[in-house]
Design a protein around this ligand. Structure first.
Ligand code: SF4
Length: 208
């Protein structure tokens, strides 16, 4: 069965007759892409645009500490998005939003769950306000983030906010995109973002 719906541009896969000329029947969307940093933006943007999505990015990362590090990451996204002709929304930097969310959960997975949740919630809110059909995140490109938890948090927030969470495992593109970033001189951070992850990185390197 091959079906095309006007307006929503939904395609369904013909399982019996695989045709190489037929696109990979994925939904084409107006999509809000939460963006953690420039290197992680490269591959998801390329993949989403390749399937025809209209992408707007959101750089909402109150977890990033200190302010100098935040500015480095923001500048890299500004520079990259200019070249990629990508609109990016930059909400005001308010680290208190991160610390309030994390509060006493500064150790272990609980901290990251709180961190991912506020960022994905903001992405859903902005997606809704901008009339996007879905939101997703560049965090899904990182082998250092918990893919299954991100998927669950995104889906739960999608239900609460009434806007779809687009899930795709972007990890296959991580290595190539980060190599490209290095070659092009795009700023690559040395730790996940928060003060706690910086402390953990310093402790790890002190052991070597
Ligand atoms: S380690 Fe990364 S994901 Fe976890 S709280 Fe810190 S910045 Fe957020």
């Amino acid at each position: 069965m091959g079906t095309f719906q006007m307006g929503t541009f939904l395609f369904f896969k013909n399982k019996k007759t695989k045709n190489r000329n037929v696109p990979d029947f994925k939904k084409i969307m107006k999509l809000l892409l939460h963006t953690c940093c420039a290197p992680c933006l490269i591959y998801p943007l390329e993949k989403l645009r390749a399937k025809g999505d209209s992408v707007t990015a959101l750089f909402y990362n109150p977890n990033v500490h200190p302010f100098a590090e935040y500015k480095n990451r923001k500048q890299a996204v500004e520079d990259y998005s200019r070249k990629a002709n990508l609109e990016v929304i930059f909400p005001e930097y308010k680290p208190a939003e991160y610390f309030q969310a994390v509060n006493t959960k500064e150790y272990g997975k609980e901290r990251c769950i709180a961190c991912w949740s506020i960022r994905l919630k903001k992405a859903a809110e902005v997606a809704k306000a901008r009339g996007c059909e879905a939101f997703t995140t560049t965090l899904l490109v990182s082998p250092f983030q918990d893919q299954e938890l991100l998927k669950k948090i995104g889906s739960d927030i999608a239900k609460e906010e009434g806007v779809e969470f687009y899930y795709e495992d972007f990890r296959p593109g991580f290595k190539k995109a980060h190599e490209e970033a290095r070659v092009k001189g795009i700023y690559c951070q040395k730790y996940c973002g928060c003060i706690y992850s910086e402390i953990e990185r310093c402790r790890r390197s002190a052991k070597h």
